[in-house]
Design a protein around this ligand. Structure first.
Ligand code: C5P
Length: 231
């Protein structure tokens, strides 16, 4: 299965499925709030029936009991990865894992924590969110918290992946958005990197949205990126 997860950031299921029609082999896709809020969970079954794997990116963040029960429901949705915000704390993450275990019959989805969004710069983190220090230090502490809570990995930027593997072990997953080809614009992302750097830094998966979905030939661009990741 691919190491490049394509973010299906489309406003409708019809557009997402039309995009997927171009791919003849199964790939890994990410369904986020835009698509799920528009289409509901039924679209998951349609995408799974085509053989694709799904990272359901709903970024849960609430009191521990609510997140636990939310995860219990998500565990039955036949997806491969779910996620939450590490800023909800260790107990919230522990309860999330408990919910996933209780909700799944057999294999549970992997659960990964958002550390700091790749759109968040040091200035925003320091001056608006009022967390002092370097983004990297916060990201690594959040990764350690996620590991302590029993999660499978984190979402982080490419720039933090190596240090997270050093701190949390090589089998602790690093899933990295904020990927741009050298020729792309940054859009709203802040801590960006190329697929080559992601490969060098040992990222387990990269999440790529606009660089693939808005490219002239999405399948070719996907294959180009995937070949880099496979090294
Ligand atoms: O188009 P682009 O490649 O920037 O899309 C990145 C995707 O990854 C978006 O769906 C965004 O929600 C998601 N994401 C992110 N940063 C995080 C977590 C998720 O960009 N920290």
């Amino acid at each position: 299965m691919s190491k490049t997860i394509i973010a299906l950031d489309f406003p409708s299921g019809e557009m997402a499925l039309k995009f997927l029609d171009q791919f003849t082999s199964p790939i890994y896709v990410k369904m986020g709030m835009e698509l799920v809020y528009a289409e509901g969970f039924e679209l998951i079954d349609e995408i799974k029936s085509r053989g694709h794997q799904i990272f359901l990116d709903l970024k849960l963040h609430d009191i521990p009991n609510t997140v636990k029960n939310g995860m219990k429901s998500l565990a039955r949705k036949n997806v491969d990865i779910v996620n939450l915000h590490a800023s909800g704390g260790i107990e919230m993450m522990r309860q999330a894992m408990q919910g996933l275990k209780e909700g799944s019959n057999g294999t549970r989805p992997l659960c990964i924590a958002i550390t700091q969004l790749t759109s968040t710069s040091k200035e925003v983190m320091n001056n608006e969110i009022l967390i002092d220090g370097e983004v990297e230090d916060v990201v690594i502490q959040y990764a350690k918290n996620a590991k302590e809570a029993g999660l499978d990995g984190v979402v982080c930027s490419v720039h933090e992946a190596k240090k997270i593997h050093e701190a949390c072990g090589d089998d602790f997953l690093t899933v990295t958005p904020g990927i741009r080809l050298a020729s792309d614009s940054a859009d709203d992302q802040s801590r960006i990197a190329t697929p080559n750097l992601a490969k060098d830094q040992g990222c387990d998966y990269i999440v790529v949205g606009r660089s693939i979905t808005k490219s002239e030939n999405p399948v070719e661009t996907f294959e180009y990126i995937e070949n880099i990741m496979r090294g």
